[in-house]
Design a protein around this ligand. Structure first.
Ligand SMILES: [Zn+2]
Length: 130
């Protein structure tokens, strides 16, 4: 994605509360060393391929995670607690908890202090499982 496209995506997506949780201001976003992949964009904006978004646009029969059938499949669920990615998430949780942080940490902490293991985790997620 070009930097212009990234900026447009940001300008559009910052209206979403989900992204706001990660980056309270565009200057905070610029300071981050985040490498934006397609998966990271989806995780940070909360849009894209999760059941809550698909359901909202009439592309899924319900908003629930296929793993347990009762939890709404939001990006918060997928990144913080979904059992589908337990193994991939374990390295990230270990890194976070070794510093004395609780799991899950505040979203801003994740993209701040833990951006490297966080983006590794997000990019390791197999979206075909969703
Ligand atoms: Zn789940």
């Amino acid at each position: 994605m070009s930097s212009d496209a990234s900026l447009r995506e940001w300008n559009w997506s910052q209206k979403g509360r989900h992204t706001w949780n990660f980056y309270p201001s565009i200057s905070a976003r610029r300071k981050s060393e985040l490498q934006i992949s397609r998966k990271m964009t989806q995780a940070l904006t909360g849009h894209g391929r999760n059941k809550v978004s698909l359901f909202r646009f009439g592309q899924a029969e319900d908003p629930f995670c296929g793993r347990d059938g009762v939890t709404e499949q939001t990006w918060d669920h997928l990144t913080n607690s979904c059992q589908l990615f337990e193994q991939e998430r374990s390295r990230l949780i270990r890194k976070v908890m070794l510093t004395g942080e609780r799991w899950p940490p505040d979203a801003r902490v994740l993209v701040g202090r833990f951006i490297e293991p966080f983006s590794t985790f997000i990019n390791s997620m197999d979206f075909d499982l969703l």
